[in-house]
Design a protein. Sequence first.
Length: 76
Amino acid sequence: MTDQPRITLDPDVLAGKPVVRGTRLSVEFIIGLMADGWSEADILRNYPSLTREDVAACLAYARDLLRSEKTYPSAA
């Protein structure tokens, strides 16, 4: 998995989705904001409980998941 202490998975919070520790903001939500064009400054301004380190942890979490993803070419 990943070694991001700022990211937690708890089955009682958002059905176990990875969230920023101490919040109900999912990694998926933060990455989605960035995919929609939000800058880090936009996110921090709109969600003052987050820190730069939290946003970086979300990106690192996503990177780590993608790094561990395996793809297999089809035999087509």
